[in-house]
Design a binder for this molecule. Structure first.
Ligand SMILES: [Zn+2]
Length: 363
């Protein structure tokens, strides 16, 4: 437990440092003469608007990536390895990061190009941007889990037929028809364990990390799965998309006001000037920070309901508690973070609280 506290303290400090580096970088681009020349130059070095936006994005994001890469390496690889959470070789870890970065940059670049195309077209760009993002997110939520998982994991059908039957029975009891149970080879990378319900309709399947299979007795696996089924039955993905969409609409509206205010402030050639990208990024980062506690509060509410669903579905609170304790040890979770830290940073209720709630259901 001392290990968990130390691990999270180090991670928190590094994440704060990363935030300071990113903010300082954006502020330097905006408020130092060299930074403004750099942003102006990278925005002006191409002919068409598409190329300008692409170039300024690639240059500014590229420098940011180079600045923050060492921190990412420490936070994502070195620390987890030191604390025994990760045993993936560096080459494989880097390859996973490259794949994630390629997918992320392709989507990110497309998004920024679209935002600037709309910025040039209409003052209501924030409304259209929110609408397009919403549609894109819905489409991605439908297909990404099935496309992405095979890029990072080898998925094989569960060999243990008895366990498979048992888990499908839990799914049926929860009212979810799944086509089968698959295993992802997480143990190649890490000891952390989880389960998921992915896909829609006829492609819906249960995916278990092999770490869950090797370390957890069947009744605990049922509890973990029942929690995931809870998300599925409650339509949490759909609910999340709707709430996200509404929050994003407000975010972009505020960003539009800030961007217009930034035009005279930073000597921009109108709101669609690609040299304004650092300002737009800074505003969006600030707005994201403001909504972080709200988003996490919403997420903790969904997680509590999924826990309750799991307890009702399995009727086995002791197995749920045992699974939580085991997951906490494996994932090096902080059992009882301060209330304030939980409110701001935690997407799941603190372990201690989840266990207390399960105990209370026994009474
Ligand atoms: Zn959950």
């Amino acid at each position: 437990m001392a290990d968990a506290a130390r691990y999270h303290r180090l991670q928190r400090r590094l994440s704060l440092l990363g935030f300071v580096v990113s903010a300082a970088y954006l502020l330097a681009l905006l408020f130092t003469p060299e930074g403004r020349v750099f942003a102006r130059w990278s925005a002006g070095a191409a002919e068409s608007r598409w190329a300008q936006v692409g170039l300024v994005t690639v240059v500014l994001v590229g420098v940011h990536t180079a600045l923050t890469f060492p921190l990412g390496l420490i936070r994502g690889y070195w620390l987890p390895k030191r604390f025994g959470l990760l045993h993936q070789p560096l080459g494989g870890w880097l390859m996973d990061r490259v794949k994630a970065a390629l997918i992320g940059s392709a989507l990110g670049l497309a998004a920024i190009e679209m935002v600037y195309a709309l910025l040039a077209l209409t003052p209501l760009w924030w409304l259209w941007t929110s609408a397009v993002f919403f549609v894109a997110q819905v489409a991605l939520a439908a297909v990404l889990p099935m496309w992405i998982a095979p890029l990072f994991y080898r998925l094989t059908p569960l060999a243990d037929a008895r366990l498979g039957e048992r888990l499908l029975a839990v799914a049926r009891r929860a009212g979810v028809e799944a086509i089968g149970v698959f295993v992802a080879d997480q143990s190649r990378k890490s000891r952390t364990a989880n389960a998921a319900v992915v896909g829609l309709g006829r492609t819906r399947r249960i995916v278990l990390f092999d770490t869950l299979l090797s370390d957890f007795p069947p009744e605990e696996i049922e509890s973990v799965l029942a929690h995931e089924l809870g998300h599925h039955v409650h339509g949490d993905v759909r609910r999340g998309l709707l709430v996200n969409g509404a929050v994003r609409l407000v975010t972009f509206w505020l960003a539009a006001l800030a961007l217009d205010a930034g035009v005279p402030l930073f000597g921009l050639d109108g709101r669609a000037d690609p040299a304004g990208l650092p300002w737009l990024a800074l505003v969006l980062v600030a707005l994201t920070l403001v909504r972080l506690p709200l988003a996490n509060g919403f997420s903790r509410w969904l997680e509590r309901r999924a826990d309750d669903f799991a307890l009702v579905t399995t009727g086995d609170a002791p197995a749920f508690i045992a699974a939580m304790e085991r997951l906490g040890r494996l994932n090096l979770a902080e059992p009882s973070p301060s209330r304030l830290r939980e409110l701001v940073f935690y997407s799941h209720p603190a372990l201690e609280r989840r266990i207390a709630r399960a105990r209370a259901s026994l009474a």
